[in-house]
Design a protein around this ligand. Structure first.
Ligand code: TRP
Length: 347
């Protein structure tokens, strides 16, 4: 299968193939931002209609470190659905489901927990980084440490073969495949397929302060944000502290404005020229940022308009989630039946 330019794959990853089943998800902890769009959401829009695809709004996973903000998580389920619709996800081509409405995933998680050691959970580099970021120290919620296992349930619950994600999710794909191999060994048959990650050419877009972009850090540009906020956030972007006057030579590496231009400016040739000019000196941050505001406005304006339309019809959004979750419930129950058999559980 051919795939549009601008998408790269790396191990454990693979380009989409006919017959692939796509599953990916987001925690409903805040509105989605341009990093989600560049890292995964636009890939999903491109895959739509070419592969069977499900998007999971992972509210149970969000609760693993936000159990004290359950009402917030519940409220953002619909907001993430709105972001999907705004970005161009079409519910007649892509199933949108809510994780907590799929009890089979919870039961798969409980079964898979028997196949994973605590040491392996503690080695997951993304979980390690998140523990540090959240300052959990020794008070790590057990559910949080185990969320990669629940994510393996999400992926295998749909027999997914392709997982479009940002780079930080590669360890989850690896851990999922370890579980798949253990389940298949138990079953003495290939009842679950292994999966590949699909990375975009921008698997990791930094936040405006140069740190990891995060819904909770508030350091990223939300999809569907206003033009004024785009301008405000772009002007706050970290560039090169050594580039004081426009005439000074500047650094492109680690420069958040260039990272965003690389991700979103359709004219890659012009961006290369700007990089050369910036390195040489003579190109000011303000001119560069002005270009980025226009580029982002071009990407975001249609999403903002679509989001406003769907936001007026909450009943429709709820129906999309109800219908998608009902369909996903059937799929995941069928997978659970075969995994239960591998564990010699009848019923
Ligand atoms: N862990 C993912 C994130 O934080 C969200 C997620 C939940 C997910 N379940 C998934 C991603 C299954 C891919 C597949 O963004």
């Amino acid at each position: 299968m051919s795939f549009p330019a601008g998408f790269a794959v790396s191990a454990p990853a693979g380009a989409p193939m006919p017959g692939d089943t796509v599953l990916t998800g987001d925690r409903p902890t805040g509105v989605l931002h341009v990093g989600h769009y560049a890292g995964s959401l636009r890939t999903r829009v491109a895959l739509q209609g070419r592969c069977a695809q499900t998007l999971l709004i992972a509210d149970l996973q969000a609760l693993t470190d936000m159990s004290d903000r359950a009402a917030h998580v519940a409220a953002y389920v619909e907001e993430v659905a709105l972001d999907y619709l705004a970005a161009g996800i079409d519910p007649s081509l892509t199933t949108i489901a809510v994780q907590s409405r799929l009890p089979a995933l919870a039961e798969l998680t409980v079964l898979y927990l028997n196949l994973v050691t605590v040491a392996r959970l503690e080695r997951n580099p993304t979980v390690k980084a998140e523990i540090e970021l959240r300052g959990f120290a020794r008070d790590i919620p057990a559910g949080f440490l185990c969320y990669p296992v629940s994510q393996a349930a999400d992926i295998t619950g749909f027999r997914a073969t392709l997982v479009p994600v940002g780079e930080d999710q590669l360890p989850m794909v690896e851990q999922t495949n370890e579980i798949v191999r253990r389940v298949n060994r138990l079953a003495e048959a290939t009842i679950l397929p292994e999966c590949r990650a699909l990375l975009s050419s921008t698997p990791r877009l930094p936040g405006i302060d140069g740190r990891k972009a995060s819904k909770s850090l508030g350091n990223a540009i939300p999809l569907s944000t206003t033009r004024d906020d785009i301008r405000r956030l772009v002007h706050a972007m970290y560039t090169d502290p050594g580039h004081v006057r426009a005439a000074d030579p500047g650094r492109v590496e680690g420069n958040v404005v260039f990272a965003h231009l690389d991700a979103f400016d359709a004219d890659a040739g012009a961006v290369e020229k700007l990089k050369a000019h910036y390195r040489r000196g003579g190109l000011g941050d303000v001119a560069l940022k002005r270009r980025l505001v226009d580029v982002l406005e071009h990407v975001i304006a249609p999403m903002r308009a679509r989001r406003a339309e769907f936001a007026c019809d909450r009943a429709y959004v709820r129906e999309v989630l109800r219908e998608g979750s009902a369909r996903a419930d059937e799929v995941t129950r069928a997978v659970l039946r075969s995994v239960r058999q591998a564990f010699a559980l009848g019923g």
